[in-house]
Write a protein that binds this ligand. Structure first.
Ligand code: NI
Length: 256
């Protein structure tokens, strides 16, 4: 089966027709979806969705852009909820310097804090890193994140960076960008990286693959990403599905 390791069905983009989208997903060959929290509110929503739908699992964590609101009570909530049966990871957490806020020191503080939590509860992390390659690595190394493990979601850096993350034992999340004409950098990463370290993701509702580029994304479009990866790797589609499923299950050991 295809596993979508990163999607946001809590997003308001799905509030009108979430059930209908879930029906389409089930018909597409996608068997499991990990819904990822980004704010504190959506982390809660993520848990709720995982409790309501069999095929949905949850990651809970707060995205760097949403760290302004955080305090230690939120961290206690993360600690308490990480033990739930279908909570498989802490994320997405990380650094995003694309916009100038929240200030970088605040982002770093909560990135470190959530990495500590992941270590404490023994869950892998989903890392979001945008225009912040150096600081992300600095913090991951300082926190010995290779012992925590996880995925660099929506991998957007070049092969040189990819090698460093792979050496630390991280998986790379590959999504719609691999189908883009201007997705050359990611295609090179996919070509060079061992297939055993790639996982599929949509980041729905964002980053829909060609020919849906610019539209709302959903897990049912993942076969288009599978085809692109299969072509780059010179492998049959079924092999890519089989291997990336194994990878996703190693990445998130709590998936059933
Ligand atoms: Ni995301």
């Amino acid at each position: 089966m295809i596993i979508d390791t990163h999607a946001h069905y809590d997003d308001e983009a799905f509030s009108e027709d979430r059930e209908a989208v879930f029906e389409e997903i089930k018909k597409s060959g996608v068997g499991l979806v990990v819904n990822i929290g980004s704010s504190f509110e959506t982390a809660k929503e993520s848990v709720r969705l995982s409790e309501q739908y069999n095929f949905i699992y949850a990651a809970i964590g707060v995205h760097p852009s949403e760290t302004e609101e955080l305090n230690e009570e939120h961290m206690s909530w993360l600690l308490e909820n990480s033990g739930k049966e279908k909570v498989v990871a802490i994320g997405e957490i990380g650094l995003d310097y694309y916009y100038d806020e929240p200030e970088r020191e605040l982002q770093k503080k909560w990135f470190r804090r959530q990495l500590e939590i992941a270590r404490e509860v023994k869950l892998p992390v989903c890392i979001h890193s945008r225009d912040a390659a150096q600081d992300t690595l600095m913090i991951l190394k300082e926190q010995k994140a290779e012992e925590v493990g996880g995925v660099i979601h929506c991998f957007s850096y070049g092969w040189e960076q990819a090698k460093i993350y792979l050496d630390m034992g991280f998986y790379l999340g590959i999504g719609g960008v691999v189908t883009f004409k201007n997705g050359k950098k990611l295609k090179e990463v996919v070509k060079n990286a061992p297939i055993e370290r790639l996982v599929l993701e949509t980041d729905a509702p964002y980053l829909a693959p060609v020919p849906y580029r610019g539209k709302r994304n959903q897990s049912g479009y993942l076969p288009l990403v599978v085809e692109a990866v299969a072509e780059i790797k010179g492998l049959p589609v079924e092999e890519v599905i089989r291997i990336t499923e194994e990878n996703a299950r190693r990445l998130y050991p709590k998936l059933m």
